[in-house]
Structure formats: C-alpha cells, structure tokens
Design a protein around this ligand. Structure first.
Ligand SMILES: *Cc1c(COP(=O)(O)O)cnc(C)c1O
Length: 380
C-alpha cells in the first residue's frame, strides 16, 4: 500500500530531498561541509526576514522552544504566555519547569488571540521579561497576530518569542520589520524535511536578554551557538543538513510568493471540500485561519477516531485528529510543505471512501469536486 501523510508534521518529504540526505556522510569539519553550511547560513535569514544569523540545531521543534526559554530567562522571571491551543500550553509547561512565573493570556481553542488582551495583561503585569506566543497554532489551525503583539513590545525591554515552527514560510513573518526577538522554526513542516533540525533567530534585544539570563544551559546554550557560528560545537545532523541545503534550493526555485499562494489555495480547497462533506470548519471568521492545516468538526454520527483508523488501515493515509479535549471530535487535514492539488484530491478521495464505509450519506465526488473547482477557479 502506498503511504501518504496528510499531517501537520512530519510532512511528506519529496524524493529529491530524501536522496540529498541519503548520500554518504561527509565530515563536519571538511571543506565540503564548510561550503554547504555557508550556503545554508546565507539562505536561512531571508526566510525569517532578518539580517541576523539563523542558528540550526539538531532537535525537534520542542527542543528549540525549550532552548529559547532556557537561554532568555532566569528562574523567577515573570513571562506572559499567549495560549490558544496545545502548543501554547507546551510553552507554559516549559516555562514552569524552568521556574519562571507564568501569566497566561488564555483564549478558546480555535480562536486567534486578540492582541488587546495581550496589551491588557502587560498593563496588569508590567514586570514581565518576555512574551511567548505561537504563530500558527497547529493543534487548532488558528493563526495569531504576532505582528500586533510585536508592536506592543517594540519600545520596551520585553522580548517577544515566537513559535513559528509550522507558520514560517507558509505565512509572512518578517521578523526584523515586526520587531520579533526570538523566532523558532523546524525542519519537518514547511521545509518538507524529516524531523530533527530546528532553527533559531535572535534579535539584538534577545541577545541582551540572553546575556542577562542566569539559567544553566550547555548543549542548548545560545552563547555557544554564537561562539562557534558559522560552524557548530558538536556533531551536526549531517544527513539532515544535506537535505536542508536541497530544501533551500527547492524553496528558492518555487519562490516564497508562489509557495504561499499554493498553501492558501490548499487551505481554501480543503475548507470547501470539508464543508461540502458536512464538516464544520473549526476556526471561524473573524479568527484567522492558518494555511498549514485545515481543521474541522465531524458531522453528526461520525466518530473521528474510527474515520482516522479507516483512512490509515484501508488507504495508507495518515491524518491527525484533535489533541487534548478535542480528541475524537476534530480532524486536521495537513497540507504543509510539498502538498499539491493532486495530493489533496487523493486525501479527499480517501476521506470520501472512508466516510461511505462508515455509513455517512453524501454524493460521492462532492469533496473532491470542491478541490478541483477551487484549483480551477482560484489558481491561475
Ligand atoms: C510541530 C510543532 C511544534 C514542535 O513539535 P515537535 O514534535 O517537537 O517537533 C511546536 N509548535 C508548533 C506550532 C508546531 O506545529
């Protein structure tokens, strides 16, 4: 059976990138590797909209979140976490485990946080050292207005840390222009690589916070990253870096504007297809929807756990459901990275066949038809 991933990460890895990482290992101190790392270090900052270096470390996305907390703050520091989903909760948990005093701006899952709530919380807690927010909240598909959040703290000493692990590339994130201080990303979302690399960009203000912070850190130490840059202090994930070099080429060939248009079309097509099949999209206007995934509540009588199981056992398609309290209620159609119109047709084909098998009544082809019409009408 052909295996397909319609997950928000890891994503499908195009063959060209798989092969790039499949060659023999080159030594990380060789001149070939030095040249490759040089290209990577040149290629990453424009994608973050920064003139500062972007550091690449070997870890999953969560490792980068933890590294940011470990390096930017000291135990006892007050921080504000913007939380409207599972990854916002993860930021809270990491901050607490580092002994920070955590204030939370909580909004309902499936909504985008209103930046005015963040400004109000700052007024109540003027002693905070940092604000941590998720750009594209992958557990729900909501996009947060980190530009407006950045604006609130622009002329203050408070640093803004953004988990852009799924949102980078798919949505604009000009870090310098928006006044964001720490921006995190990872290899297995928009970069369409296997999991294992994370990226960290830091503003000058972030470095001031790092210099002032007193928490312990060694492998995660940003000081060490800076000291050894452009190379790394320990063995890098060579195979993944070979893939990353190729990924940057693939991204440059498509161009970010076309990459974003493709994701916007995938999001729109998935939304229409799901609606046609009787699902209710989870993120409703005026809240902003991420183009990384499209999440939706199942029609009456459809058990999403059963649906996801059928998709994987009968069609080889892995899709994810809701996390935490949304388990069993939500499906999340992932379409980040290399996904195209035909991939989405396959996803909806499998969805329709599975729904028919589960006894859901609809005219076969309505979901796939919505995908086809969207790409025919919207994409020129
Ligand atoms: C994927 C993701 C992460 C990190 O998850 P890992 O499994 O540790 O790579 C964090 N935040 C968001 C928003 C994500 O989409």
């Amino acid at each position: 059976m052909k295996l397909r991933l319609a997950t928000p990460g890891p994503t499908e890895v195009p063959q060209r990138l798989l092969l790039a990482g499949a060659r023999e290992i080159i030594h990380h101190r060789s001149s070939e590797m030095e040249a490759l790392i040089h290209e990577i270090n040149e290629g990453l900052p424009p994608l973050f909209g920064t003139t500062h270096p972007v550091y690449t470390i070997a870890t999953s996305g969560t490792g980068a979140m933890e590294a940011a907390v470990a390096n930017c703050f000291s135990p006892g520091d007050e921080v504000l976490v913007v939380s409207n989903g599972y990854f916002g909760e993860r930021f809270q948990a990491i901050c607490r485990s580092y002994g920070l005093t955590v204030h939370v701006v909580e909004s309902e899952w499936g909504t985008s946080t209103d930046p005015r709530q963040v400004a109000d919380a700052y007024a109540r807690h003027p002693g905070i050292r940092g604000v941590l927010a998720v750009y594209s909240e992958t557990s729900t598909g909501a996009l947060n207005d980190v530009e407006a959040i950045g604006r609130i703290f622009r002329d203050t000493d408070v640093i803004v840390v953004v988990d852009a692990i799924s949102g980078l590339l798919v949505h604009p994130l000009p870090m310098d222009e928006w006044g964001l201080d720490v921006v995190l990303a990872a290899s297995h979302k928009g970069f369409m690589l296997p999991p294992g690399l994370a990226f960290i960009a830091l503003s000058d203000k972030a470095w001031t916070a790092v210099d002032a912070a007193s928490g312990p850190s060694y492998y995660w130490s940003f000081e060490r990253l800076r000291h050894f840059y452009p190379m790394s202090s320990s063995s890098p994930a060579v195979s993944l870096l070979l893939g990353l070099y190729e990924s940057l080429k693939v991204l440059a060939e498509e161009g970010l504007p076309a990459f974003r248009e493709r994701h916007a079309a995938l999001g729109l097509a998935a939304e229409r297809g799901l609606t046609e099949l009787g699902f209710t999209t989870f993120v409703q206007a005026p809240h902003r929807r991420s183009h990384v995934i499209t999440s939706a509540l199942a029609p009456e009588g459809i058990d999403t756990s059963q649906l996801l199981k059928t998709l994987s056992t009968e069609h080889g398609l892995t899709m994810t459901g809701g996390q935490a309290h949304l388990k069993g209620k939500l499906i999340r159609v992932g379409h980040v990275g290399a996904a195209d119109a035909l991939d989405l047709c396959a996803v909806f084909g499998a969805l329709e066949m599975s729904l028919l098998g589960l006894g859901h009544r609809f005219t076969p082809g309505t979901g796939v038809g919505a995908v086809i019409r969207t790409f025919h009408e919207e994409v020129k």
